[in-house]
Design a binder for this molecule. Structure first.
Ligand SMILES: [Zn+2]
Length: 113
């Protein structure tokens, strides 16, 4: 199922792939058509592959995370409260204050996050 989360994640990864391919060429000042085509292909296909892989690993990439207690959907873009959250993801429900990890599982009270 394609959600807005999926589209945003896809676009973001695609953008990263484009940047990674185009910037070195722009800096060196040499643009090769064959390289541009490969970069475009990677930018088009890599996100789908990466999202699929991360989902296989259990990460809810491209899917909305909902609160385990009150089922409120977490915002697409979050502001990390701690270093741990910035690195590993995780949310605090704006509705009931429940802390959860990047997969939307409730954290035990007192878990250092
Ligand atoms: Zn909640």
């Amino acid at each position: 199922m394609v959600t807005k989360h999926y589209v945003v994640t896809y676009a973001f990864l695609s953008f990263l792939a484009l940047l990674g391919g185009i910037v070195p060429m722009a800096i060196s000042g040499r643009i090769y058509l064959s390289v541009v085509i490969v970069v475009l292909l990677v930018a088009a296909l890599m996100p789908a592959l990466l999202i699929w892989l991360l989902r296989k690993m259990g990460y809810p990439i491209g899917r909305p995370v909902t609160c385990p207690r009150c089922a409120v959907e977490m915002p697409l873009f979050r502001k990390p409260r701690t270093m741990n959250q910035a690195l590993w993801g995780g949310y605090r429900c704006a509705n009931c204050g429940t802390d959860m990890d990047a997969r939307g599982r409730q954290l035990e009270a007192g878990t250092p996050r």
